[in-house]
Design a protein around this ligand. Structure first.
Ligand code: PLP
Length: 394
């Protein structure tokens, strides 16, 4: 099997599994308890906090462990909105290719009287700092722009946005779930106030992540109860998960350069191979792009059928469209970069893992070529296109 869906989730690393084991078998005590088994667990959380902080250039006290990326996004945005509201500021700037954890939180705030401006991302799927400069107002309380996109892999100009927000005294949150552990992230250099990350996207376990909040930013609780996480996130800590998350990030950070170099070469080989398919197009900028991400549209086919046939060939991939309650919604990200519905439906996302090699990539290229040709062979849409009844878009 070739697992090429690393943007959806990753395999846990051996280091992460080994790190979590003692906190399941031996030091399973509650970190709030005073006996040794509890104190060992408490110490392990604090070591994990130091380690995670170091990997993103933060201070340990600025790291809050959460259940993952979605929770971190919710808490960051709702906290910033609460701070804004107290100052009479109810305007937020974001973009249309954010993860639903961000978009749905913004929608909720909109119903509560906040106004959201979405920056354009153009055909290449990247926001422009000059658009942000024109969009901010005196009542802007938050800018939230993701570090890198989960579907098309585009990397946003975070440093530029951060510097601008800092000058203007506007809070800046970035959903860095796809970036942390994969490309260099430094909250100080990037001028970030709030940052979300998730362990299962960098070879840690599912159900654990963290929120970085710059010192002095008052967070609102999503979960009320005990005084865990400096009173900002109640509930007995997920000790094995937190320890494993830190171990996974340490390893990803140590191997980042090597992995990025290797993966971007494989990515470019894959892009080159798939470009040979007629009436196809790469989604997202070719250069401002995560090392592992390849996303294509193929005209005249449906992404779902493509995925099923690739699964038969032992390839795990993903499509932009999500099948919800019988209706096929094309990806909001592909629509935002200007793909029309029909074309957006024929999308394929391949996100390579660090253990992939050129043989895997060549097998993927051969398989996709074969499957696309086969599907086009019995596609009525393709027949209309080739007979000239409908014009090609790609
Ligand atoms: C996966 C992902 C999330 C959600 O993280 P979970 O830990 O699964 O809740 C949020 N944002 C982005 C960009 C993601 O890729």
């Amino acid at each position: 099997m070739i697992y090429a869906d690393n943007a959806a989730t990753t395999k846990m690393s051996s280091a992460a599994i080994a790190a979590m084991m003692p906190y399941i078998t031996e030091y399973y005590g509650n970190p709030s308890s005073l006996y040794l088994a509890g104190q060992k667990a408490k110490e392990a959380i604090e070591r994990a906090r130091e380690s995670v902080a170091r990997c993103i250039g933060a201070q340990p006290r600025e790291i809050l462990f959460t259940s993952g990326g979605s929770e971190s996004d919710n808490q960051a945005i709702l906290s910033a909105a609460m701070i804004g509201k107290k100052q009479g500021k109810r305007h937020i700037v974001s973009d249309p290719i954010e993860h639903h954890a961000v978009l749905h939180t913004l929608k909720k705030l909109e119903k509560e009287g906040f106004e959201i401006t979405f920056l354009p991302v153009y055909g290449e799927g990247v926001v422009r700092a000059e658009d942000l400069k024109n969009a901010v107002r005196d009542d802007t309380c938050l800018v939230t722009v993701m570090y890198a996109n989960n579907e098309i892999g585009t990397i946003q100009p975070i440093g530029e946005i951060g510097r601008f927000c800092r000058e203007r005294g506007i809070l800046f949150h970035t959903d860095a779930v796809q970036a942390v552990g994969h490309i260099p992230v430094d909250v100080v250099k990037d001028g970030v106030d709030l940052l979300s990350a998730s362990a299962h996207k960098f070879h840690g376990p599912k159900g654990v992540g963290f929120l970085y909040a710059k010192r002095g930013i008052p967070l609102s609780n999503l979960i009320e109860g005990g005084a865990q996480e400096r009173g900002k996130r109640a509930g007995t800590e997920n000790v094995p998960g937190i320890v494993a998350a830190a171990a996974a990030l340490e390893e990803s950070a140590a191997k980042m350069e090597e992995n990025a170099r290797k993966l971007s070469a494989l990515r470019d080989r894959l892009i080159c191979g798939l470009s040979e398919i007629s009436h196809s197009a790469l989604n997202g900028d070719a250069h401002k792009r995560l090392p592992s991400n390849v996303n294509f549209c193929f005209e005249g086919i449906e992404g779902e059928s493509l995925l099923l046939l690739l699964d038969d060939k032992g390839i795990c991939a993903s499509s932009g469209s999500a099948c919800t309650s019988g209706s096929l919604d094309p990806s909001h990200v592909l629509l935002a970069i200007g793909r029309v519905h029909d074309v957006a439906h024929g999308s394929l996302r391949l996100t390579l893992g660090e253990d992939a090699d050129t043989e895997d990539v060549d097998y993927i290229i051969r398989s996709v070529k074969e499957v696309v040709e086969r599907l086009r062979g019995f596609s009525p849409v393709w027949r209309d296109l080739t007979s000239g009844k409908k014009p090609f878009i790609l």
